[in-house]
Design a protein around this ligand. Structure first.
Ligand code: UD1
Ligand code: UDP
Length: 364
């Protein structure tokens, strides 16, 4: 086995899937490790199954959830697992900016493997975000930096990273292309379960948003005053915080808000495709909204984004969390629908091909 493929959370599984498929197609042998950072069935295994990935060869059950302990525990477990392999893989692939990415990239480096960082070079310059710490560090210890866009490449060049940079596109676009037929298959059933004829789709889970009671209360106020009904798949981190602050009951009592459990990938994209617009603090959703078969305006519930390409292309607006500002923007977008471009700034759906070509060259 020449290559290690790591995932830890929902978006990593979705964005690594096209790479796994491409490795399989080309007969490049790999070991698939899921760190268990996301462990609920509907945040992890469901995606592995839906997207047709192999069962992870190695998988952990983490005991810690505080950030440092989570990173430490993953490092210890990865080190042990890799030391037990007869032959050490030459290359590790990690995707994104989670704690799993930092832990697995650093451990791989310590065990003398080369590291390939998929989705390298994104920068929000918001130092409150753990993801910004993780992506910066991983970019500087990676040998191969798979930048999704020219802007990401420039960010890396400005920081004088040591590894080799390749502009590949983002694999999130590949995933949409690969699985779009499945989205169409589930679309009717998904829409039958939506209570409203038209709706805004919302997701909200960033630590700097939901762990701060002031931000969480602003978010609830936005939901309460929304002039359009809302469909809201609730992330487990946010559910926990809402319960802690006694806000979940209030949310459950809003008749124009339909709260759902985290959705499967196809179901979620069906909801996105049929929404009027999406309000979110998610990274991946800012990208997916730009795909020609989705094409939705995005109001970004944050004060910055590491995906300014979506803003520049006219898909996204950064609105942060002041309820009056957000609601005014919402009214504006609904009453004057935006002219959206017919191309995504995040790639052409061939990112995995480009990434695996580099992998193949380096490991065979
Ligand atoms: C993590 C990533 C974030 C990514 C998100 C994708 C970091 C620092 N954050 O955030 O970049 O956008 O995943 O969704 O790595 N929980 C469950 N079940 C699960 C997973 C989490 O109940 O399957 C709850 C637990 O209470 C857990 C909390 O959510 O302590 C936070 O989970 P964690 O994985 O640490 O961070 P996320 O907020 O999910
Ligand atoms: N997603 C999903 N079900 C949901 C919400 C999101 O399948 O209920 C998918 C979405 O299509 C996107 C990814 O999860 O591909 C985004 O993950 P998330 O917002 O958790 O993380 P981020 O992208 O912000 O790191």
């Amino acid at each position: 086995m020449s290559t290690l493929v790591f995932t830890g959370t929902r978006p990593e599984i979705i964005k690594m899937a096209p790479i796994v498929k491409e490795l399989e197609k080309r007969g490049v042998e790999f070991i698939y490790v899921h760190t268990g950072q996301h462990y609920d069935y509907d945040m992890s295994k469901k995606f592995i199954e839906e997207l047709g990935l192999p069962n992870p060869h190695i998988e952990f059950r983490l005991e810690n959830s505080s950030p440092a302990a989570q990173i430490g525990e993953i490092m210890i477990k990865v080190e042990k697992a890799l030391e037990s392999l007869k032959r050490k893989p030459r290359l590790t692939l990690v995707q994104g900016d989670t704690n799993s990415v930092l832990a697995t990239a650093l451990t791989s480096l310590r065990l003398s493997m080369r590291v390939g960082h998929v989705e390298a070079g994104l920068r929000s310059y918001d130092w409150r975000m753990p993801e910004e710490h993780n992506r910066r560090m991983v970019d500087h210890i990676s040998d191969y930096l798979f930048a999704p866009t020219e802007l990401a490449k420039r960010n890396l060049e400005e920081e004088r990273v040591l590894g080799q940079i390749y502009v590949t596109g983002n694999t999130v676009i590949d995933s949409l292309e690969i699985y779009f037929e499945k989205v169409l298959e589930v679309e009717r059933i998904v829409l039958e379960q939506v209570k409203f004829d038209e709706y805004v789709l919302i997701t909200f889970h960033r630590a700097e948003n939901v762990d701060d009671p002031k931000n969480l209360k602003n978010f609830i106020e936005i939901l309460r005053r929304s002039p359009i009904p809302i469909v809201y798949p609730l992330h487990p981190r946010t559910r926990r915080r809402l319960e802690e602050y006694g806000l979940l009951t209030m949310l459950n009592n809003m008749s124009h808000v339909q709260i759902t459990p985290p959705q499967g990938y196809f179901e979620f994209l069906a909801l996105l495709k049929n929404s009027r617009l999406v309000m979110t603090d998610s990274g991946g959703i800012q990208e997916e909204a730009t795909h020609p078969r989705i094409k939705k305006p995005v109001l970004v519930l944050r004060s910055s984004t590491e995906r300014p390409e979506a803003v520049r292309a006219g898909f996204a607006r950064i609105v942060d969390l002041n309820p009056s500002v957000v609601l005014a923007e919402l009214e504006k977008v609904v009453s004057h629908p935006l002219e959206l471009p017919s191309e995504s700034p995040f790639g052409d759906g061939r990112a995995a091909e480009r990434i695996v070509s580099v992998v193949e060259r380096e490991v065979t």
